[in-house]
Ligand binder design. Structure first.
Ligand SMILES: CC(C)(COP(=O)(O)OP(=O)(O)OC[C@H]1O[C@@H](n2cnc3c(N)ncnc32)[C@H](O)[C@@H]1OP(=O)(O)O)[C@@H](O)C(=O)NCCC(=O)NCCS
Length: 115
């Protein structure tokens, strides 16, 4: 995954403050081994940075986190949620295809407002 200007501690704290029930970590013996950040903008959900530590991959943790996040979005009556994946990250595309997500043929635009 690519970390960017929104992954500093202050930015992450802001994400957590706004989305306290949809930013999740999974612990193993007191150590955080996986996490995902879900956000809700009032209309749609957006998922950022699902990640499982390499030595814990293929143990079901990625699926478990996405299932828990989905349960929470449902509890908030969210209609739909999305996520972005860089095209070169083929293994993650394969993962989401495998666990039942729909690939959309969309183009993403963005504008950076500050560094
Ligand atoms: C993608 C990622 C989160 C998957 O997490 P994981 O814990 O290894 O996945 P799981 O063990 O929960 O796998 C769930 C299912 O998907 C399958 N799967 C996992 N990775 C797969 C892959 N690369 N290709 C195809 N299937 C895959 C598993 O076999 C499993 O199938 P099953 O439930 O039918 O047995 C993890 O590989 C990762 O952290 N990658 C690096 C970080 C990253 O790039 N994140 C994306 C940011 S946008």
């Amino acid at each position: 995954m690519t970390l960017g200007i929104s992954d500093t501690i202050p930015e992450l704290k802001r994400m957590l403050a706004l989305n306290p029930d949809t930013c999740l970590v999974l612990e193993h013996n007191g150590r955080v081994v996986a996490g995902v950040m879900g956000g809700f903008d009032g209309r749609r959900g957006l998922v950022h940075h699902l990640s499982v530590a390499p030595e814990f991959q293929r143990c079901g943790y990625g699926r478990a986190l996405m299932e828990e996040l989905e349960t929470r979005f449902r509890g908030m009556n969210v209609v739909k949620y999305s996520l972005w994946i860089e095209p070169r990250n083929q293994s993650v595309i394969d993962f989401y295809n495998h666990i039942g997500y729909e690939l959309r043929d969309l183009i993403t635009f963005s504008k950076t407002l500050r560094q």
